[in-house]
Design a protein around this ligand. Structure first.
Ligand code: F3S
Length: 387
């Protein structure tokens, strides 16, 4: 990859050790993927925040870095609610290490919002046509597909390196030729809510790392696109999809797939809840204000009989205190800064019920517990049921 004179000086260590290490990561990535050069980016979203996933080696690596990020940068969910971790049953030792991780990122000038939905917090988190370096797979999918920005699915270290340098190598989804649809998906069903998570679960398995172009009967809502993209990124590794009129129609995808009501129904039937469910968790990706509102009305006049977590960004919860209060009157907990997949709080349970196609794919492997899938209404029914 070609480096400018200034970039070479950074690689030679003229601007300090942290920037040298960051540039080394970017240069290596650029060489591996055949990037022509580095390009400026407008924002970064950094995974590798939960102490459960990065452990002591990750904490040490981040703590060693010095300097400040060059572009607005935000963190992915951590392993716990940063203020209510005791209510999650998190152990003191884990909590102290997790707080140290977040502090190390903060000292680099990174916003500690800890969310996979930074686009819900700030409208300018990403704009159409901008180049970004985002990590979390559902955020990457939303940025590429719904916002129309351009980002690869960065690893934690490469996103952090991009944040420190303010640039990323030009390859992958930054280039037009890698953004062409590979699959045409005809959806012959009227879908709503978690059906999109079920659809993503099915399509991701078939498409893998391809670029699906959906043909829907009706245009999905933004929250539905959020869950569709998240599910496809988890059951496959889809980072970009098309769902509207902005697909490059001149290019005909190579493969076709039809999805009907029976296919969607089967996802629910194969993952139906049973008596083993001892925790219900929603908010993967993090809940929007609209989803919190829906849950507050589903839970009004209800009392939950098993643990019920709703995950969202702290900035969203702070904007809707009345909804949080209404939800928590039922006994459910609205946890911020974290999620059911990256928190060790999930690991002590037997089986989790969720309305998320992404959590459906990840919970068994990452938390080593069982998983059940249903709509938000089903989840509330199970959470409030007396066995
Ligand atoms: Fe977000 Fe955690 Fe799901 S990071 S997409 S809530 S697995």
């Amino acid at each position: 990859m070609h480096l400018t004179r200034e970039e070479e000086l950074v690689l030679d260590g003229e601007k300090g050790e942290s920037l040298r290490r960051a540039m080394e990561i970017l240069a290596a990535l650029g060489d591996i993927y055949g990037a022509e050069k580095l390009i400026p980016i407008s924002s970064v979203q950094i995974a590798g925040v939960s102490y459960k996933t990065i452990g002591p080696a990750g904490l040490e690596w981040i703590s060693d870095l010095k300097g400040k990020v060059k572009v607005p940068s935000v963190l992915n969910p951590a392993g716990m609610d940063l203020s209510r971790w005791k209510e999650m049953g998190i152990e003191e030792n884990f909590a102290q290490n997790q707080l140290a991780v977040v502090e190390a990122y903060r000292s680099l000038g990174i916003s500690t919002d800890c969310t996979c939905t930074p686009y819900l917090l700030r409208k300018d988190a990403a704009c159409r046509g901008e180049h970004l370096a985002w990590s979390e797979s559902s955020a990457v999918s939303f940025a590429n597909s719904v916002i129309g920005a351009r980002t690869n699915r960065e690893g934690g270290p490469s996103a952090l390196a991009a944040a420190l340098v303010g640039k990323t190598p030009l390859y992958g989804y930054h280039l037009d030729e890698n953004r062409l649809p590979t699959h045409k998906i005809r959806v012959e069903a009227d879908l709503k809510g978690s059906d999109y998570g079920a659809l993503g679960h099915l399509v991701g398995k078939v498409v893998g790392s391809g670029v699906p172009r959906f043909h829907f009967r009706q245009r999905p809502a933004l929250d539905e696109l959020k869950s569709l993209g998240a599910a496809m990124a988890a059951s496959g590794s889809v980072a970009l999809y098309y769902f509207g009129d902005d697909a490059p129609f001149a290019h005909e995808p190579l493969e076709e797939m039809d999805v009907g009501p029976k296919d969607i129904r089967e996802v629910y039937e194969m993952n139906a809840p049973d008596e083993d469910v001892d925790v219900v968790a929603l908010g993967c990706p993090h809940c929007s204000p609209g989803e919190l509102e829906r849950l507050s009305s589903l839970l009004s006049r209800e009392k939950v009989k098993r643990e019920f977590w709703i995950c969202t960004a702290r900035g969203i919860a702070d904007k809707c205190p009345h909804l949080v209060e209404k939800i928590e009157r039922s006994g459910a907990k609205v946890f911020c800064d974290t999620c059911m997949v990256v928190s060790p709080a999930s690991d002590r349970h037997r089986k989790m019920m969720t309305n998320s196609g992404k959590a459906l794919a990840y919970i068994p492997g990452l938390c080593k517990i069982g998983v059940a899938f249903g709509s938000a209404e089903d989840c509330v029914r199970v959470a409030t049921r007396r066995d």
